[in-house]
Design a protein around this ligand. Structure first.
Ligand code: TAP
Length: 454
């Protein structure tokens, strides 16, 4: 029996749709169909599979505006960001369509014969996605999985399923069979956990909180099921004294307030070298006050609302425990609005410096020198992202090499590109998505020896 879930627009608090919440039995039935579809999808000639993926990418591209508008309504993303996200999905599918014909094994010299390796698709892949970037994160999993010859069951977050559902329709329209790429709507506890538990799902790609990631890894471990985990972050934005302070301050809001701070890569700790603290903060305050928080349908909007009322309460609870230095403005409501907020915390062990806030809040600290900056940046259980601002490129690389994180940028707030690998150190995750090798995560390697002496 299916239940239904009401979908809320976080900018208006209005219900915009009702979506089925599948039961465990319905999830299992979808996995049965996916396993059956795998038998034929894996045999589709590489050229045909690549062509299907290219047609899928083109269909997504030609529906960019529709998908973007849908995301604005379902997730409160600004229209500018949502257009970029829909575009990213098309780019990612296109990129991995190119790897279908390049999936190849090796011939390795051995005595007495020939040794050949084959890359074989693992089978049904379960992809579990959070609510913060419903479109791109789904595609980072499903595009390389489909390219490798796997079938996919995709579970979007229960509160933001609309774009994933539409993207699956766009795949089916161009001839990718429904059971090769199926979106299963419903809760993590029922649909997600059934996907992780079912032995016919051969691989799980999970993006979400570290807490749920650990739970999933524990279940998967009992079956020796491989998992890719993209988890939380508590990244640092390090401003060294020799940085171009104008550029560093102008960029800093985007490194933490983008998507209202609901970004695993958010640089929610701002570390500023003591000697330039006043000069930097003056510029940073101007930049923060200038962030346009408004109706996300407007082209001028730079930040929209938070995803839900309960999430806003959680963000507020962090700020209530700290000292606000300054903040921007935001609409009063309806909608789950929260202003860009800059806080100071004296206690280095305060939870605001340790836990992921996932909102538009940044905590500022100072450091003496390069060594202390690295030490402070690493004072976290997480290790996903971060930025370094300096005019000395050698120093920038040195500090980046010192920070225990998977994705860093020097003199930029952006470090995620679909053709470069992405993932975390420490409790930020396991494995890598994106980049040229992502299809390997969806393949077993088979080694065959042929005796030529017989
Ligand atoms: P979670 O609460 O962990 O949920 C993520 C997904 O897992 C949702 O689809 C959720 O379903 C599902 N889920 C929940 N419990 C489950 C279970 N027992 N078994 C299987 N699936 C289950 O995270 P969230 O609040 O949606 O997203 C925010 C978190 O994601 C943050 O920590 C953020 O840093 C992280 N994140 C990481 C990255 C990368 S790439 N590292 C990117 C984006 C976000 P329902 O919620 O629908 O019930």
């Amino acid at each position: 029996m299916s239940d239904v879930r009401e979908i809320i627009n976080p900018s208006t608090e209005e219900a915009i749709a009702e979506v089925k919440a599948l039961s465990a039995l319905e999830t299992e039935a979808a996995i049965t169909r996916s396993a059956a579809a795998f038998a034929s999808w894996r045999k589709v000639a590489p050229g045909t599979r690549a062509a299907l993926l290219r047609a899928f990418a083109a269909n997504v591209l030609s529906h960019n505006e529709e998908l973007a508008q849908l995301e604005v309504r379902n997730s409160g993303h600004t229209i500018g960001n949502a257009r970029w996200e829909a575009n990213n999905v098309a780019d990612v599918i296109n990129y991995y369509s190119g790897s279908v014909e390049r999936l190849s094994g090796r011939q390795i010299p051995v005595p007495g014969g020939i040794d050949i390796t084959f890359k074989e698709p693992v089978g049904v892949v379960g992809i579990i996605v959070p609510w913060n970037f419903p479109m791109p994160i789904a595609s980072w999993g499903f595009a390389p999985a489909l390219a490798a010859g796997c079938t996919v069951v995709l579970k979007p977050a229960e509160i933001t399923p609309l774009t994933a559902m539409r993207i699956a329709e766009l795949a089916h329209e161009v001839g990718i069979p429904q059971d090769v790429f199926a979106v299963l709507t419903g809760s993590g506890r029922v649909v997600g956990e059934t996907m992780v538990t079912d032995p016919r799902v051969k691989k799980i790609v999970f993006t979400g909180s570290t807490e749920v990631g650990v739970h999933i890894q524990t279940i998967a471990a009992a079956q020796v099921k491989p998992v890719t985990l993209e988890l939380g972050g508590k990244s640092a934005n390090v401003v060294l004294a020799d940085a171009d302070l104008d550029k560093a301050a102008a960029s800093a809001p985007y490194s933490v307030f983008d998507n209202a701070g609901q970004d695993c890569c958010a640089r929610s700790r701002l570390l500023v070298q003591e000697s330039v603290y006043d000069a930097f903060m003056e510029r940073f305050e101007d930049a923060v006050r200038g962030v346009r928080v408004e109706d996300p349908r407007l082209d001028s909007a730079e930040m929209g609302p938070l995803i839900s009322s309960s999430h806003r309460k959680s963000v507020e609870s962090f700020v209530d425990e700290s000292m606000v230095l300054f903040r921007g403005s935001c609409p009063t409501g309806p909608g789950y609005w929260y202003p860009p907020t800059v806080v100071e915390v004296v206690d280095p062990n305060h939870r605001i410096l340790k836990e992921e806030i996932f909102g538009p809040v940044v905590a500022v600290q100072t450091f003496r020198d390069e060594a202390q900056a690295i030490e402070m940046a690493n004072d976290s259980d997480y290790g996903l992202s971060g930025s370094i601002w300096t005019s000395n490129l050698g120093r920038g690389i040195r500090v980046a090499r010192g920070i225990e994180a998977g994705n860093l940028s020097v003199n930029s707030h952006s470090s995620v590109r679909y053709w470069t690998p992405f993932g975390g150190y420490k409790k930020s995750g396991l494995g890598r998505e994106l980049g040229p090798d992502a299809t390997d995560a969806f393949c077993e390697v088979k080694n065959v020896f042929i005796n030529t002496e017989i």
